[in-house]
Design a protein around this ligand. Sequence first.
Ligand code: IFM
Length: 463
Amino acid sequence: MELLPSTEPFPAFPADFTWGTATAAYQIEGAWDEDGKGPSTWDTFTHQPGRVTGGQTGDVACDFYHRWESDLDLMAHLGVNAHRFSVAWSRVLPTGLGPVNPAGIDFYDRLVDGLLARGIAPYVTLHHWDLPQALEDEGGWTNRATAEAFAEYAALMGERLGDRVIGWITLNEPFVLTSFGHSFGVHAPGRTMFLGVWAVVHHLLLAHGLAVRALRDAGVRGTVGITQNLSPVWPLTDSAADRAAAEKLDSIYNRQWLDPILLGRQPVDPEATYPGSDFSVVRPGDAEIIATPIDILGVNFYNPQQVKAPGADNPMGFELVPIEGVPRTGFDWPVVPQALTDLLVGLKERYGDVLPPIYITENGTSIPDTIDADGRIRDIFRIAYVDRHLRGLHDAMQAGVDVRGYFCWTFTDNFEWAEGFDQRFGLVYVDPDTQVRTPKDSFEWFRQIATGSAAGRQAEVMP
Ligand code: IFM
């Protein structure tokens, strides 16, 4: 189904609104074993046959490790006033704990300075799924020691970059890391624990809380928060069974990751939700650590979810149902921009005054882009997707939700996890064989949007 941009005038966003792009280390950097970097779970996973479409790996990815300066020049041309990137933990700490790899930390130091020099505010994600393999070998996120190691790593990064980073994100999308990586094994580390993942859930939340404290103790000047992928969950019908199914998915998709942080309590009953787990992992004081106040909430939004009551042989408590009658992305995800409005307004209703200012830390779409004979990439679907979600976002702001920024996912086409380069999300087309970059039509469109708020740029960038 076709998707076109709205013909209505584009709404006015605040002059100091943050307009950015977002990336993740494993998806762009390459240089997987260079300059002292240790292996991560994603290095291990992609080197195993059958894990990624066509056997692709992120060994080279967009070669950002070597091309970062010219990529930042292109980013400056895009006119964004912020950029969110992640640090590859094992580039900085090859085994997850000391000793530090000086070349690794220097790379991120230069990157932060390179962004600032171009008037682009750095937002840093500490963990976007690429766990040092050495920590995985000791149990990874099933092991409390990984959460403690994460706090030490956060302290190190805070001490080194805390004078210049504008915003800190502890974890990216712990729900996806838990479900894809640990329940179903379609992402690294490829564990298939199904429902037995309570220790992973708890340790990720604990790692977040410990890292917030470690960053603050390190004296970082920027704001501190977490990025969650959130989604409204709709019941297929109004039946009690379908509504219960929606409640169930909402609890593990959204609330289990937000309530402990914002309200200080875990809404799911671990023993009922995660049978077969180790329930001894929760220690006195953990809830308080997890509930350490945050300054900002990162929201990644792509599409809503729809569910119905499960069959008798399905222990999950819900069954996903495709949303019909709407345009679909390259990933076959339904496009429902109104759902972003509903999500944000719903967050405000649920959390009220304890909801911190929100940044949309990811939103965008994959489509099968092609280069036309004249060299242009006419990605009108992507323009329409972003246009309509920005309007949905604006509606939520008009309804009183405090949203401070929008980071488009993503800057360049990159290594889209289990799909490799087959799913393209970038504003810039990348040929992974030649590494040639070609801005798509959406690049120029987003440039016009981002530079419309140019007045806000300098306020964002600390000296
Ligand atoms: O590419 C991913 C990103 O790493 C996490 N959020 C969703 C994106 C698109 O699938």
